[in-house]
Design a protein around this ligand. Sequence first.
Ligand SMILES: [Zn+2]
Ligand SMILES: [Zn+2]
Length: 116
Amino acid sequence: MSEPPDRSRPEKAVGQLVRSVTSAIVLAAGELPWCEHGRPDDGFGYWCSLRPDVIMCAFCFGAAQAMAAPEDFRCSACGGPAPDKDRDVSVAARLADWLGVYFFLCRRCCAADAAG
Ligand SMILES: [Zn+2]
Ligand SMILES: [Zn+2]
């Protein structure tokens, strides 16, 4: 069992940012192909910003995380680097019965409300 680390701490502006990113993902996800293994028997897949062009089975989702290089961790709001697991935010959410998502927000975007 490997669960994604739960470092999501949506607060104020961050919560807004998370909502806007997740709703964009939901809109796009229906159009995306499934990974090379096809849709699993339970029908549940993952969208991850490490591999944004497919919906992945659990195996591919795990592999995408295991094989990710630091430069693959990019903020889903601004596209900037978000490789620092202590300061950048990882968001894991279940958006629908069939779809889980995992993406990142850099510390700059998360501090947007503090910066004014
Ligand atoms: Zn797969
Ligand atoms: Zn950002």
